[in-house]
Ligand binder design. Structure first.
Ligand SMILES: [Zn+2]
Ligand SMILES: [Zn+2]
Length: 239
């Protein structure tokens, strides 16, 4: 009955849950507790390279140890990239629902506050300018701003995208790695010296794009690097 009434009077709810459209979004477009239970959450204990599940007592999964050289200390992701999590990300990226950046940003901020060490600066992965014109906003930038506000950490724009490249979604793993080389540059490397930086992007697929950005930050002698994404593809290792 309660559910039926909620459905009938859903239009009174100004900030409904973005998944079911009727549940209580707590005044902030939050995912309601019932829907949250069905989301493919990644547990706190995860591989510090790809943010996925561990397969031994080591901090990185065997695939990361074998074939990835991610220079960051840890990688945090909220969801596996499937089901409702994937749908919500698509709505945010391709259907103009920028307000979902707030939904995810708050959740990521909560996860980082509970699990990550402190950091001094947040850097979103920039979009190539043509892509930004197409989409009118950069979802990673919006996400970074929400996280920064929630955790009272400044958000910088020191990363610059110098190359466009094809849509990553259409490329295989090897192509992504090659394509991601030389994509980013740092505007004022001296400003980043000795800083602990959180890199923010929407989806962790092979990690190639994040790695390309991380490499230029390492050259600027940052002290520590962390990565935060909304979701990670489950089987990036098979691509
Ligand atoms: Zn809901
Ligand atoms: Zn891993």
């Amino acid at each position: 009955m309660k559910r039926f009434l909620k459905k009938c009077f859903g239009f009174y709810n100004l900030f409904p849950c973005p998944v079911c459209g009727t549940g209580d979004g707590g005044g902030e477009n939050r995912i309601c507790p019932e829907c949250m239970e069905k989301m493919p959450l990644i547990p706190g204990d995860h591989c510090t390279g790809c943010g996925g599940s561990l397969d031994s007592m080591l901090a990185r999964c065997s695939k990361c140890l074998e074939s990835a050289d991610f220079p960051w200390q840890d990688a945090f992701s909220l969801f596996e990239y499937r089901g409702e999590a994937r749908d919500l990300i698509h709505r945010m990226k391709y259907y103009g629902q920028a307000q979902l950046a707030r939904t995810f940003g708050i959740l990521l901020a909560e996860k980082l506050a509970a699990e990550a060490p402190e950091f001094d600066l947040i850097l979103p992965l920039p979009l190539f300018w043509v892509r930004k014109l197409e989409r009118s906003y950069n979802q990673s930038e919006l996400l970074a701003k929400v996280i920064g506000k929630e955790l009272a950490v400044p958000v910088g724009n020191d990363l610059k995208r110098i190359k466009g490249g094809k849509h990553q979604a259409s490329l295989g793993r090897r192509q992504r790695q090659i394509g991601a080389r030389g994509v980013f540059a740092v505007k004022h490397p001296e400003k980043l010296y000795g800083k602990r930086i959180l890199l923010v992007d929407d989806v962790f697929t092979t990690g190639a794009t994040l790695n390309s950005a991380a490499k230029v930050l390492m050259k600027a002698n940052v002290k520590a690097l962390y990565v935060a994404t909304i979701a990670r593809t489950q089987r990036w290792r098979d691509r």
